[in-house]
Each structure stands twice: as structure tokens, then as C-alpha cells.
Design a protein around this ligand. Structure first.
Ligand code: HEC
Length: 401
């Protein structure tokens, strides 16, 4: 009986932490080749799907009235995520509901595509000091794989009309040669969108174009869902994913709501257990354990400490351009990150994507390339108040659709 009771108690504890944070995903070890998987590859039958919730990123408001109106009151979405690896390559699938298909058209700047991204941290040996979720940060780089639904149109003149670009009356090709030429143009046009970046903050995003990484990302329709897949080596010159657990983050864009750049749904860092590799417990615990504080007391402490003077804290509070919006911070920040933001605001400086629009309210100062946050340092707060504030910040997130 005693045994049964203690089992029940521990089950109860697990349930609370599942509610508060994303549980670890398991990357199942398989023998299949993973270099070119898509969502219908048979390997996914061996995978375990887990729920990952993605929240509207509300760090800044874009300078785009139409887009802002479309995204007012966005809810969170729970996606199904799975991972498999074979010791050399690792593959992910993220499946999320989106009833409308939006394809990016390169030549029309106001038509945006649905898409997804998978983000890896280059360094994750300190689970409470992971890179900034929104694109890495100084000295904490991330690697981002991005794929969008895009119509491949070969468009050297940007008009999106191949026959206009290729003046057939002026080619000296006929019959078979002309057919081969057309096929070639079509092939050039069907290049997909897939891009990979190394980033230490938004303004330092560098696209890898020299072929020094290998990856394969695909996007497919599965009923009313998009299913995005990414496969890549477990180790390349940028990241080494041979570890007991690795942090991975996911993002999705809705082109129908003019989603692009920071206008997206974003998960927190989620731990992915690599089946067959040892270690990783500290990471899994750091990402899966909610703060121990009292959220109601934390809300009072936030008001008493003037956080609202700079931040829009809850979605119903007035917008405040002096600092990042916190209305969904509990959805995409880890407890460790929230603590670090208070104790050492300059450890990770939110890049402030749209700095020109906030020129009177600098989010950071920059000297010799080093950024210092303009946020007050709260390292003097006592431990209980700190825990209460973190517990409250973790409750700040949109409801799930
Ligand atoms: C003087 C203005 C100011 C005050 C007061 C202030 N902050 Fe900030 N805060 C900022 C600025 C500016 C940033 C962005 C730069 C950075 O990353 O530090 C920021 C960043 C943050 C972040 C990271 C946000 C993200 O999107 O990653 C959190 C969390 C945060 N603050 C919480 C708080 C809390 C909680 C309080 C009150 C205890 C508070 N802040 C008080 C200005 C302020």
C-alpha cells in the first residue's frame, strides 16, 4: 500500500510539470537512412509523437497595421512533434493545424508563405544559460533551419512571369532543344525555399550559402495540417547533437496572417532525448520543471517593482515600447532564462528588432560592439520574491486554440 501511495504521488507531480512546460521528446533510434525524409516516409511509423505548444511571439509590435490587426488576439497552437536518429543523421517532424494554404510568391512582397523553423543551440552544457530563443544572442549562437511553402519561379527580373523573361522569339532553339530549355527553366524555378542560418541575434543572422552544412527540409499537406520535416547530420561544423539530450525550438508562420520574421508562433526550448546516448538529465530537468514560486504573489511583486513602467506585462495592459512585451513570455521562455533576465539583464540582450521605431526608448546601449541592457538589475530581490515573479511570468501566455 505504501508503495502504491508513493507511486500515485509521483504521478501527480509529473502531471503538474507536464502542464507547465513541454515534456521531453524522445528521438527514437532507427536503422533507416534519414538523409532525405519527408512526412510520408515510412520511418515515422517508428517515432513517438509528443505535444509541443507554440505561442505568439509578442516581443515587439511590427510597423504594419494590417499584419498587427490580423494577429490581434492570436492563440497558441499545439503541434505534434517527433524525432528519429540513426547515429549519424537526425530527423524531425512538426505537424500543425492550418486550414489555409499560403504559398510565398517571390515577386509579390505582400504575399507570404506558411512555413516552419527548427532551431538548435550551438552550446547547451549550461541548461540555465541557453541562447535567446528569438534567434540566438551574442556569444550564444544558434543554428536555424527554415522552410517555407514557396512557389519556385525563376525570376531574374522579379516579375514572376517566365515567358516574359525568356523571349522565345529571340532564342535560336527549336523542337527538342526548346523543350529541354523549357525543362531547365522549370527546374531552376522549382528550387525550394529552404535556408539555414547561423545567428547570434537578429541583426547578425548569416545565411549559410557555401554548402558547409547539409540538410533537407520539406513541407507537405496532411489533411488540414502542414507537416514539416527536417533531416540533418547529428554533427557538422556548427552543432554537435551527440548528447543524452539536446535543446530544440520550433516556430511556425501563417502566411495568411501576413506572418514573417518575428510574427510567428514559437515554442520554448524543448529537450529532445537522444535514444542510446548518455546524460542530459540536467537539461531535461531544467526545461521541464516549473518555477516553485507563488504566481499570485509574483503578480503583486511585479507591480510593486515597476516592471509595468517599461513592459506591457499582460496582453490587456497598454502597449509599452520601452521594453519587450511579456504577454506570452511564459510560453517561450524557460525558467532559467527568466531568472537570468532579472539577475543579469545584460547576459542576454533582446535584440529589439525594430529599433528605429523605438528610437527614444533604447532597449540597450552599445559600446565597442558590446550591448548593455537598459533594464534595471533586480539581482537584489530575495529568493522567495524572485521565485514568485518567475512563477507569475510563466503563467503569461495565450490560451491554446
Ligand atoms: C527601465 C525599464 C525596465 C524595467 C523597470 C524592467 N524591465 Fe525588463 N526589460 C527591459 C528592457 C529594455 C529589456 C530588453 C533588453 C534585455 O534583454 O535586457 C527587458 C527584458 C526583459 C525580459 C526578457 C524579455 C524577452 O522577450 O526575452 C524579461 C523577462 C523582463 N525584462 C522582465 C522584467 C521584470 C519581471 C521586471 C520587473 C521586476 C522588469 N523586467 C523591469 C526594461 C525594463
Amino acid at each position: 500500500m505504501k508503495k502504491l501511495l508513493s507511486t500515485l504521488v509521483s504521478v501527480g507531480v509529473v502531471t503538474t510539470s507536464l502542464m507547465a512546460a513541454n515534456a521531453a521528446i524522445t528521438a527514437v533510434k532507427v536503422d533507416d537512412s534519414l538523409s532525405r525524409v519527408n512526412f510520408s516516409s515510412p520511418v515515422w511509423a517508428k517515432a513517438k509523437f509528443s505535444d509541443v505548444t507554440l505561442y505568439p511571439q509578442t516581443t515587439i509590435k511590427m510597423n504594419d497595421k494590417n499584419a498587427n490587426a490580423l494577429n490581434e488576439g492570436n492563440k497558441a497552437k499545439t503541434a505534434k512533434v517527433a524525432a528519429v536518429h540513426n547515429g549519424n543523421d537526425i530527423a524531425f517532424m512538426i505537424k500543425w493545424a492550418d486550414g489555409t494554404v499560403n504559398i510565398q510568391q517571390g515577386y509579390k512582397t505582400d504575399v507570404y508563405g506558411d512555413g516552419f523553423a527548427v532551431q538548435f543551440a550551438e552550446k547547451f552544457d549550461e541548461p540555465n544559460a541557453l541562447p535567446y530563443i528569438g534567434m540566438g544572442s551574442a556569444e550564444r549562437p544558434v543554428m536555424v533551419h527554415l522552410q517555407k511553402a514557396a512557389k519556385g519561379v525563376y525570376e531574374p527580373n522579379g516579375k514572376g512571369d517566365v515567358s516574359y523573361q525568356v523571349n522565345r522569339n529571340q532564342t535560336d532553339l527549336f523542337n527538342k532543344e526548346l523543350a529541354a530549355f523549357d525543362a531547365k527553366v522549370k527546374q531552376m524555378g522549382s528550387n525550394d525555399y529552404e535556408r539555414t542560418f547561423v545567428s547570434e541575434g537578429f541583426r547578425s543572422m548569416t545565411e549559410i550559402k557555401d554548402g558547409s552544412n547539409r540538410s533537407y527540409a520539406r513541407l507537405g499537406r496532411d489533411g488540414d495540417n502542414w507537416a514539416g520535416t527536417l533531416s540533418r547530420p547529428m554533427k557538422d561544423g556548427y552543432v554537435n547533437l551527440h548528447a543524452g539530450a539536446i535543446p530544440v525550438a520550433f516556430a511556425v508562420w501563417d502566411g495568411g496572417k501576413m506572418g514573417r520574421n518575428g510574427l510567428k508562433l514559437l515554442s520554448s526550448w524543448v529537450s529532445v532525448k537522444i535514444e542510446g546516448e548518455k546524460g542530459g538529465d540536467a537539461l531535461i530537468e531544467a526545461l521541464g520543471t516549473p518555477a516553485k514560486g507563488d504566481a499570485a504573489a509574483g503578480k503583486e511583486a511585479v507591480a510593486a517593482n515597476g516592471c509595468n513602467g517599461c513592459h506591457q506585462v499582460e496582453a490587456t495592459d497598454p502597449a509599452n515600447l520601452m521594453a519587450p512585451g511579456l504577454a506570452n513570455i511564459g510560453g517561450y521562455a524557460t525558467a532559467g532564462y527568466l531568472r537570468e533576465s532579472l539577475v543579469n539583464p545584460s547576459a542576454v540582450v533582446v535584440p529589439g528588432y525594430n529599433r528605429n521605431a523605438h528610437s527614444n526608448y533604447m532597449w540597450y546601449m552599445e559600446e565597442n560592439g558590446k550591448r548593455t541592457s537598459t533594464m534595471t538589475d533586480y539581482s537584489w530581490l530575495d529568493e522567495a520574491t524572485m521565485n514568485n515573479i518567475i512563477a507569475y511570468l510563466q503563467t503569461l501566455k495565450a490560451e491554446v486554440e
